[in-house]
Design a protein around this ligand. Structure first.
Ligand code: IMP
Length: 212
């Protein structure tokens, strides 16, 4: 796979675009909404990660006509019946604030024994076959998923990353995501795994050079 074809990554979050570009390396050439000349915030009205990722990918593809990849991610805590889940960004209320989200999570988890949680990402790709002249069966949106299991700590540790990273320690590790380098986090993260699935799909489906 080369990197000639540009894909729009449907996010306004500059941290996420640089994280995603670091994950995909030269396999995909991702551009932000801003670089694509688009200034919209798609309403995430879905109740699942899949529905929200599809809403974003579809909307941006319709505006740009370029292959588009959108992600929807969140933290699902077992003892909270999967919350905050799709509502992770605004868990602590409006406006979106990582500190208030973490504070609310700590409050909700006070005294709770079962600390198990998962970060989950769903990627949705729209517009790929149109650009490649691929088979009609591929006109359907494509979905790729990544999950990482871990636990919620009782206090925040680390200053790197974003969101709930300081409270999330992946299974088998001593450090939280916020204490890891970007490379370490990307190698195990939900987003890293979902993009790895996408890249594997592309390399299996399309011959060398045709993906872009
Ligand atoms: P998004 O759908 O990827 O924008 O994620 C929604 C929310 O989930 C973010 O605002 C964060 O609160 C949380 N989240 C998603 N991915 C991560 C991550 O890698 N680390 C920490 N928090 C995350």
């Amino acid at each position: 796979m080369g990197n000639q074809m540009k894909w729009v990554f449907a996010t306004n979050n500059s941290h996420k675009i640089s994280e995603a570009q670091a994950i995909v390396g030269t396999n995909l050439n991702l551009i932000s909404l801003q670089e694509a000349g688009i200034d919209i915030d798609v309403d995430e009205t879905g109740t699942t990660f899949e529905a929200n990722a599809l809403l974003k990918a579809q909307a941006i593809f319709e505006l740009t006509g370029m292959p588009c990849v959108a992600d929807d991610s969140g933290l699902c805590v077992n003892a909270l019946n999967g919350a905050p889940g799709v509502y992770s960004a605004r868990y602590g209320g409006e406006p979106v604030n990582h500190r208030t989200n973490n504070d609310k999570l700590l409050t909700e988890m006070q005294g709770v024994q079962d600390r198990c949680a998962q970060f989950k990402t769903v990627l949705c790709v729209v517009g790929l076959p149109k650009m490649l002249g691929g088979g009609s069966e591929l006109y359907e949106p494509l979905f790729f998923e990544g999950v990482v299991a871990g636990e919620i700590l009782t206090e925040m540790n680390g200053v790197d990353g974003f969101g709930y990273d300081p409270l999330f320690r992946p299974e088998g590790y001593e450090q939280t995501f916020a204490e890891m380098s970007a490379e370490q986090k990307n190698a195990l993260s939900h987003r890293g795994k979902a993009f790895a699935e996408l890249i594997q799909f592309l390399s299996l489906t399309f011959s060398e050079g045709s993906v872009g």
